[in-house]
Design a protein around this ligand. Sequence first.
Ligand code: F6R
Length: 604
Amino acid sequence: MIAQPTIGVFALQGDVREHVRMLQGAGVTALPVRRPSELARVDALVLPGGESTTMYKLAGIFDLLEPLRKRLAGGMPSLGTCAGMIMLADRIESGIEGQETLGGLDVVVRRNAFGRQVDSFESDVDFVGFDAPFHALLIRAPWVEKVGEGVDVLATVASGPAVGRIVAVRQDSPIIVGATEGAGLVASGIPALLAYTRDMIPLENRQVAEIKPGRVRVLDFEGDEVNAETIHVEWDLDAAEKSGYEDFMLKEIFEQPEAVRNTMRGRVKKGRITLDEVTWSGADLAAISKVVVVACGTSYHSGMAAKHAIEHYTRIPVELDLASEFRYRDPVLDAHSLVIGVAQSGETADTLAAVRFAREMGAKVVAVTNVVGSSITRDADAVLFTHAGPEIGVAATKTFLAQLVALNLFALYLAQERGVMDPAKIGETIDAMRALPDQIEEVLTLQGEVHRAAKRYASARDFIFMGRGVGMAVALEGALKLKEISYIHAEGYAAGELKHGAIALIEEGVPVVAILTGVALYEKMLGNVSEVRARGAETILIAPRNDERACTLANELFEMPVTKPLLTPILDTIPLQLLAYFVAKERGLSPDKPRNLAKSVTVE
Ligand code: F6R
C-alpha cells in the first residue's frame, strides 16, 4: 500500500486556501502551513504562488524544510522543478546541464524540447514528496501545465548500487512511464522517451507508478495494483528532433507530405476504404441519423471542413460544436448519434469532457487523434489515428492536415458503408487524395514568395482572413495561426459576413487574405475581394493556378494546384502556415513557443 500522505500547502505570498481546496478536490488530504512548527503535521509540502524555485531558495525554504527533513526517516525533502514537473528527493544537486543527482541516484533530466532551464521555470505550484521510502516523486497537474508548455521531461535512474525508484502520480496532465534494463523513465510526452524505449505506459488519471530499472508497477490511489496497458510507439526518433530546421514548426510544415501519406497508408485497399479501428457493423453505421463534431482550436477548424465533407458525401446532417460549449447547450443525442471528437493531443480537457458526455448520453463516439495511448482513446468507442508523427511546435500544422485527411477518409468510409455514394466517385476522390502529398510538395515551393510577403506585412496591426464553404475553415485557421505565433490581431471571417460589420475595419493598407479555391461561390468571392480593395485593403489571394481574374485583384498571389473542392483546405492552409511562421520570425518571435499557450490544454 502507498500511504496517503497529508500535504501541506505553503506560500510566501498569496492565498493558499485555493490550492488546499484544489488538492482536496483531487482527493488528497491537504492543510495550509503557515509557520515551520506546522510542518510536523504534514508529510509533504506544496509550494504554490507563481514563484520560482530560485525564489524559494532565496527565501530560505530549504531551511524551513529542515524540521520536516529531520522528522522523516528517509531524509526528505529537497525540491527541484524541471520544466513542468516537480521533483522532490532526498537530495538534488544541480550538476552538469541536464544532469542532477537526485536522492543519491544518478538522474538525467532531459530538458524539454526548448531547453527550458530549471531555475527559470516559473511554476504555479511546486509539488513535493511523501513520507514514504520514495527517492523521488514527480507530479504533473494542470496548474503546472498552464505555465510549462511543451514539457517533455525525462528522468532516468541509473543502475548500480544506488538503484532506487521514482514514483510518478498523474493528476489530469499526461504522464508517460517506461523502463529499460538500466533505467526507469518518466516523461510528460511520448517524444521524450523515444530515445530510450518504444514501449511505454500512459498513466490514467489518478494512477501512481512505481518505476525501477526494468520494472514499472502501476497502482491506484488505494494502493491496489492495476493492470496498465503498455503501448508500443512506432514514431521515428528523428521526428522528435529539429534535424537542421531552425524551428520545429517549420520542420513540421515541411513534414506534411509524409504526414498525409502516413494518414492514408493502409487505409485504401482495392479501391475500398478500410478503417480497421472502426468496428461498427454496417447496420450500426446505417442507423446513424446525425453526426456531431466536437473539438477546440485548430481541430475545430478541421471539424468545420469535415462537416462539409460528411454532409456532401453521406447526406447525414452534421452539427459542429466547440467542445467547451457542447455540454452546456443541452444537445440532443441518442444511440443514433455519432459524435466525432477531434484532438491532436488526445488530452484536451474540454474535448475529453465532451466525448464522455456524449457517451453518457448513449451516442457512439469516434476519436480522431495523433497520440496513441492518449486519454481520448480510452473515452471513445473507436479511434482514428492520424499518424502524423510527433508534433513538438505548439502551433498545430501537420496534425491539422492529417486530421483533414483522416476526416475526409472517414466521411468517404461512411458513404461507402451506407451505400450512398457511387463507388466510381469514391474512387475519384481517393485518387485525388493520393495525389495530395506531391501537391503539398509543390505548394511548399512557394516558401520564398510567402517569406517575401511576410516581410512586407510583418508590421501590420490587423489582418483579415476570409473564405466561404471549406475556405472559411481555412480562413479561420490562417487567422488563428497568425495570431497565436505573431501576436498580430487577426480575424477569420465568412466572406459574405464581412459586409455585416467587419468591413468597417478595412482601411488603407490592411492586409486581407482571401481563399478563392474550390468555392462554388467563386464569383461572389471575387466580389468580396473587390469590395475590400475598393476600401484600400492589400489583398493576399490563395487562388487556383492561372486564374487571370484573381491575378488582377491581388497584391500577393499564391497559386494552388487543382484538387477536389472538398480537399482544397489540405493545400490552401499551407501558405497561411508559412505566412504565420515567417511573420513571427520577422517580428523576432519564437514560433515554437508562443506566449501563454500549451501543446496540450489539460485545463477547462
Ligand atoms: C493552434 C492549436 C490549438 C489546438 C487546440 C486543440 O495551433 O494548436 O488551437 O488546436 O488547443 O488541441 P487538440 O487538437 O490537442 O485538442
